[in-house]
Design a protein around this ligand. Structure first.
Ligand SMILES: [Zn+2]
Length: 514
């Protein structure tokens, strides 16, 4: 044979082999990339009735839904007739720190959460630092953030100079920073007006900032100025902001925390519905517990921590000292886990006096330990009524949140599973599809999160496989890290993060930008 022809044949056969190899590789990789979750009741997050079928995802995207046949070689997970829902979106969360410290991410994944919305109560991180954090310290869940009013105040006015109205020049500086954060993908403006860092702002300051959020077509979310004695005023403020700016406004962790107002949730909701009828896009998020978790200082609505009359009002109207537990207390760690009543007995003080002492000792500790990291004191305070909580959960315009982190209050581990177990299955306050809608599709639409919250072709593969007959929380005050049951498998962006009450160790969470 001619040497040239021989050479050409060798080259041709080599080319053919390379081509075959490339084709084979392409086929193998498409096959391996897809996963089929078969034999499930699909509750798609829109609120519509479940359908039986399968869901296929490829990479981080959902690519097929319904009555679909497996492709040869793809990964098949038999859902055994369980419910497949979109991953839950936690509308008001403080979990990021825990997710970074404990990369297994059990606090969120054990309750089916795949996206946490932070930057709440007026406190946020700059978007640039979140971008960097997600690169250097990846976490299991997706993160989205609001920009906090108190953080803007701290940056512009200085941490020690917040106990007054801001000047116009200061408000102008805050507006510039806020606008730049919104441009970088923040979901909107959050306020924590009940906390001292923002309590001394006036309504005009908040409205000026809210107008910036509205001009960027974003949203406003607020821990309102009072959840007890001056709640009517606080509601009036958020409704006014919604009316003036025409942007969606959301009440964070709605509650009635004053005893004499217990049982009046219907009146509050009627007021909100009246505002909605007038065009105000007002909504709320809610967590499923009758006790909150915060600083002892919020128990003094007038911020007069040494006034015995105010302390008396707190112990009779604002919380139940015999059912409220200290969950953090740096000056005397031995107080942690005890009720205020028990601490009062130990200290040989009345409950009101003990409350004042606890605040004063913590303030003194803070003064003497300026570098102390973490919260110095916190209380899980029983202050709500079960019927009100149920009404807020059932309100058509509420969504579910945890308001949680990992520690102290069990909401950090059990909020979503508690709604599904207690409020859906046992108490029958709402139906399963509606509850899931309030944890997924409705939440995404209220917070402006795209491509998530519903099982739809093209959406991200954030998914949770759960057993509606067994799902329930187990975390409580004494054991706030107890894992829920009934959450069988959880995927974030197409990656399995949780199975059989164990983390897989993967951390596929991304930063979600507006
Ligand atoms: Zn709050």
């Amino acid at each position: 044979m001619n040497k040239n022809i021989q050479g050409l044949l060798v080259i041709a056969s080599l080319l053919l082999q390379v081509n075959l190899y490339a084709q084979k590789k392409a086929i193998v990789s498409t096959i391996l990339k897809s996963t089929l979750i078969s034999n499930v009741q699909i509750i798609d997050g829109t609120g519509s009735i479940p359908i039986n079928g399968s869901v296929r995802f490829e990479g981080d995207k959902i690519v097929a839904i319904g009555n679909i046949k497996p492709i040869v070689g793809e990964k098949i997970i038999d859902g055994k007739g369980l419910v497949l829902a979109p991953g839950f979106i936690d509308a008001h969360s403080h979990h990021l720190g825990d997710l970074q410290k404990n990369p297994n991410g059990l606090s969120t994944s054990n309750q089916g959460i795949t996206t946490v919305v932070i930057g709440q109560d007026g406190e946020s991180y700059p978007m640039d630092s979140l971008v960097l954090d997600m690169r250097t310290k990846p976490v299991v869940a997706n993160i989205a953030s609001y920009t906090g009013h108190s953080s803007l105040r701290e940056e512009v006015m200085g941490e020690k100079n917040l106990f007054r109205n801001a000047t116009q020049a200061e408000v102008d500086k805050m507006k510039l920073i806020l606008k730049s954060e919104l441009d970088k993908g923040s979901l909107g403006l959050s306020t924590g007006l009940e906390y001292e860092q923002a309590f001394y702002s006036n309504r005009d300051e908040v409205i000026q900032l809210a107008k910036i959020a509205a001009s960027e077509k974003t949203r406003y979310i607020s821990h309102i100025r009072s959840e007890d004695v001056t709640m009517a005023d606080a509601l009036d403020e958020i409704i006014q902001i919604g009316k003036i700016t025409k942007m969606p406004v959301q009440i964070s962790h709605i509650k009635l925390a004053k005893k004499s107002d217990w049982g009046t949730a219907s009146n509050i909701l009627a007021q909100l519905e009246k505002a909605r009828a007038e065009g105000v896009q007002i909504t709320a998020d809610v967590y499923p517990y009758t006790f909150w978790n915060s600083t002892l200082r919020v128990l003094f609505p007038a911020r007069d921590y040494t006034n015995l009359a105010s302390a008396q009002l707190a112990v009779t109207q604002l919380f139940d000292p015999s059912e409220s537990y200290i969950v953090q207390y740096a000056p005397h760690p031995s107080y942690v886990g005890k009720t205020v009543s028990i601490i009062a007995k130990e200290r040989k003080e009345s409950e009101a006096q003990a409350l004042m002492s606890l605040v004063a000792i913590a303030a003194d500790f803070k003064e003497k330990n300026p570098g102390y990291k973490g919260s110095i004191e916190a209380i899980a305070a029983k202050s709500m009524n079960e019927a009100d909580v149920a009404k807020f959960i059932a309100w058509p315009y509420s969504v579910i949140c945890s308001d949680g982190n990992a520690g102290g209050h069990p909401r950090g581990y059990g909020s979503f599973t508690r709604v599904l177990g207690k409020y859906v299955r046992t108490d029958k306050v709402i139906e399963l599809t509606n509850a899931i809608h309030k944890m997924t599709g409705q939440t995404a639409s209220y917070l402006g999160i795209k491509e998530r919250g519903t099982i739809a072709i093209g959406n991200k593969a954030d998914l949770v496989l759960l057993n509606p007959n067994t799902v329930i929380d187990h975390a409580n005050i004494g054991n706030s890290h107890a894992l829920s049951t009934g959450i069988e498998m959880v995927w974030v962006n197409g990656t399995l993060i949780y199975k059989d009450q164990k983390a897989t160790g993967k951390r596929p969470g991304v930063l979600i930008k507006r």
